[in-house]
Design a protein around this ligand. Structure first.
Ligand code: 3H9
Length: 705
């Protein structure tokens, strides 16, 4: 068969003096090199074509243009650069109209802002989300958006990265007209004709000044944004966005573009860009597992939740919010009433904040049922068990589910560490049993570990992924082991923290280091929030199987023995005074630490913040490598997404495995080998890490395999 020539990514047709320039670069018409070249060529030709009076730019498929091609960042730049294409479009001496449907984001909106007029369908998504990738709009967006919408609106869009609808964009001055039909090409052409008929002038955005005329108001908006950005430490690009808007106010257009270019390049070269772009692709990759490729999910509408505790109630809210119908099972009327009230309380909170009406709450709760009998689950498509973490209790629940559930119902456990193979093998239908590990609060936290036991059928796993999508959660496939991906790694870096504490660092120093690294809170603050008793229970459970030669730090147990479980008991590592937010370091912790150090024969030493950080991160990365090598996580990127979405690892550092790549694996390994001189049992280098270093490869090489 003859090979067919690929269709050009930019197609031009001219009809009755109107040129239609259509971008066809699936899936989202990203501005790849070929598209930029195509646009450049199209505009060069059309500008020379005397027959053409107006040019309409539009996208084929579901979107106008989703932005620059993110896959090209970090590669050697190819001409033409996007800012040059935008400038060429703006300079056109034919009337240029952008006709927008779907996404006009980032570079896509920058193309549209370079046109002389813009029309969009009502459902269009208009925005400058570069900040989410560690960037700023680098093709004139920081200069053109304020010229159309003023500094405040432009800053809001660029700093939040949010999408505006067409109505809002019209109000802000970013578009000129809302299309009445969804045939965007026809709408663009009709709009072009009406502009020509009205004798509308060529209106170059770079020459507009009206939105910036009130300089005092613009300056006030910039100052307010700068103050706001200063409060949110960590990210690099937001302050640069504010600098660009200041340039839009102070500098002539061409100079402003040059400033933007310089600051964009700084962002492009920052490790934050590499980390954030990694997470952008990783959070899409995790949705693809062998099972989602090979099997279709089972249909689901009715979901059962066993248990009305914090977790069960949070899961129920998450399901209800997604429009599903939910039946909660509890052991008696009182427990059921409590579970139901936990659910109702979430919606009362939403009403108090003005996010929901009483009628809205009633409509949601009409889909929410409760029962003390498992028989109420006879027609459930999925059942999620969220009862006490005890194998005997779980097996008893699953025996009931095995008895009442219809054939083909998915039977899920929300256990955070128990052996799901054992649960599955206790019923007559192990192929239907899967782990769905939600994170607390389950209606808020985005991560869902989908834990895959040995006998589960592929369509059940695929159903887990489909459920995650329905719940707008980020699914990560995990294998069965104690703690799966996230809690297993957490246990190890928390242990590293405890060792540093016993060796001389204070828990408050460690928390401060972890916050400075970019986490919202440190491990001891986290333990106080979650309840110290939870970790204590885990440690007690593991005591029987712990290597007797392994070092064990008793300090946390000593706090728990005193009943100091953190926030819920008024004190833990920190003291919590009623009526105040957050806690203060608990002075009573210091003598406990001192006593334990003495018992362990440790002479305390000091650690620099960098030393603390290197140990904490090395422990995380080393265990992450073991989790990947054992197949518990499919790829390093699955570890990254788990730690970013479930444990607060700073997104802009890309997750621990990406961060290790950026630091350099040889350095991480050298650190581990140095620490191993003190404690060779704990600091055993992961064989995968050693292998990658020997081969001169990084973790990312495994993501692409
Ligand atoms: C920028 O523009 C910089 C400029 O200012 C300056 C330059 C000088 N590039 O999300 P989905 C892929 S920065 C390459 O699942 P949806 C995505 O990976 C950019 N690929 O679909 C996925 O691939 P796969 C600013 C991209 O319908 C597929 O498309 N723009 C890009 O749920 C489908 O994506 C943004 O940040 C891209 N730009 O959502 C917008 N975008 O199928 C980023 C997507 O292989 N994109 N892909 O997994 C989005 O927000 C969403 O993708 C969008 C569609 C809302 C468009």
């Amino acid at each position: 068969m003859e090979p067919t020539a690929a269709a050009p990514v930019v197609q031009t047709t001219v009809s009755d003096h109107i040129a239609l320039v259509k971008i066809s670069n699936p899936p989202v018409n990203a501005l790849s090199t070929a598209v930029r070249q195509g646009l450049q060529q199209a505009f060069t030709e059309l500008n020379q074509n005397a027959d053409v009076h107006a040019i309409v730019v539009t996208g084929s498929g579901a979107n106008f243009i989703a932005g620059a091609d993110i896959r090209e960042f970090g590669l050697p730049p190819q001409a033409p650069a996007l800012p040059d294409v935008c400038n060429q479009i703006e300079a056109s001496d034919k009337l240029v109209i952008a006709a927008i449907h779907g996404a006009a984001l980032g570079g896509g909106l920058e193309i549209a802002l370079s046109a002389h007029y813009r029309v969009a369908v009502e459902t269009a998504k208009i925005g400058l989300p570069e900040v989410n990738l560690g960037l700023l709009p680098g093709a004139g967006g920081t200069q053109r958006a304020p010229r159309l919408a003023g500094a405040a609106a432009a800053l809001d869009l660029m700093l939040s990265g949010r999408h505006a609808g067409a109505k809002e964009a019209l109000r802000l001055g970013l578009i000129d007209h809302i299309a009445t039909s969804d045939d965007i090409a026809a709408e663009g052409i009709a709009y072009a004709r009406s502009l020509l008929a009205d004798g509308a002038p060529i209106r170059r955005t770079g020459e507009q000044t009206a939105a910036l005329d009130d300089r005092a108001a613009q300056q006030a908006a910039i100052d307010a944004a700068r103050a706001d950005v200063a409060k949110k430490k960590g990210l690099f690009s937001p302050a640069k966005i504010v600098d660009c808007v200041q340039a839009a106010l102070d500098q002539p257009f061409a100079e402003g573009l040059a400033t933007e270019r310089e600051l964009f390049t700084q962002c492009l070269n920052s490790p934050q860009r590499a980390g954030l772009v990694h997470v952008f692709f990783a959070e899409r990759e995790v949705t693809k597992s062998p099972e989602t490729q090979s099997a279709k999910p089972r249909p689901f509408q009715k979901v059962g939740v066993i248990g009305g505790g914090t977790m069960g109630a949070g899961i129920a809210v998450s399901l209800l919010d997604a429009g599903l119908s939910v039946t909660m099972i509890e052991r008696d009327d009182a427990a059921l009433a409590l579970g139901q009230s936990r659910v109702a309380k979430v919606y009362d909170g939403a009403i108090a904040k003005g996010r929901l009406s009483e009628e809205g709450k009633a409509a949601i709760l009409a889909r929410f049922h409760g029962s003390t009998s498992y028989d109420a689950l006879a027609d459930a498509d999925i059942v999620i068990e969220a009862v006490f973490e005890d194998m005997g209790v779980k097996k008893a629940v699953f025996a009931e589910l095995d008895r009442v559930c219809k054939p083909g119902a998915v039977l899920a456990t929300n256990t955070s560490y128990l052996d799901i193979n054992e649960v599955a093998n206790s019923v007559s239908r192990p192929q239907d049993v899967v782990g769905l590990h939600f994170f607390s609060p389950a209606n808020i936290m985005k991560l869902l570990e989908i834990v895959v036991p040995a006998k589960v059928s592929a369509d059940v796993v695929a159903t887990g992924f489909a459920l995650a999508k329905k719940l707008k959660k980020v699914p990560v496939r995990a294998g069965v082991c104690d703690g799966f991906i996230g809690n297993r790694i957490l246990a190890v870096y928390r242990q590293a923290a405890d060792y540093m504490m016993e060796d001389g660092a204070s828990p408050f120093e460690i928390d401060a280091m972890v916050r400075a690294f970019g986490y919202p809170m440190g491990p001891y603050e986290m333990s106080d929030l979650a309840g110290g008793d939870i970790g204590w229970a885990t440690r007690k459970r593991r005591a029987a199987t712990r290597d007797p030669k392994a070092r064990y730090v008793h300090i946390a147990d000593k706090l728990c023995e005193r009943g100091w479980f953190g926030q819920k008991t008024g004190q833990g590592w920190y003291v919590y005074e009623a009526g105040t937010r957050g806690g203060k370091p608990n002075p009573a912790v210091d003598p406990i630490i001192a006593e334990e150090r003495a018992k362990a024969g440790v002479t305390p030493r000091t650690f620099t913040r960098e030393e603390l950080e290197r140990r904490y991160v090395a422990a995380m990365v080393n265990e992450g490598a073991k989790v990947v090598a054992e197949g518990i996580a499919l790829r390093p990127l699955d570890v990254d997404v788990t730690l970013v979405y479930g444990y607060g690892f700073p997104r802009y550092k890309g997750g621990p495995m990406k961060y290790a790549d950026l630091v350099g694996l040889p350095q991480i390994l050298a650190d581990i080998e140095a620490f191993a001189k003190e404690d060779p049992l704990f600091w055993q280098p992961a064989p995968l890490l050693v292998k990658l270093v020997q081969e001169g490869k990084n973790f990312d090489s495994l993501n692409k395999a």
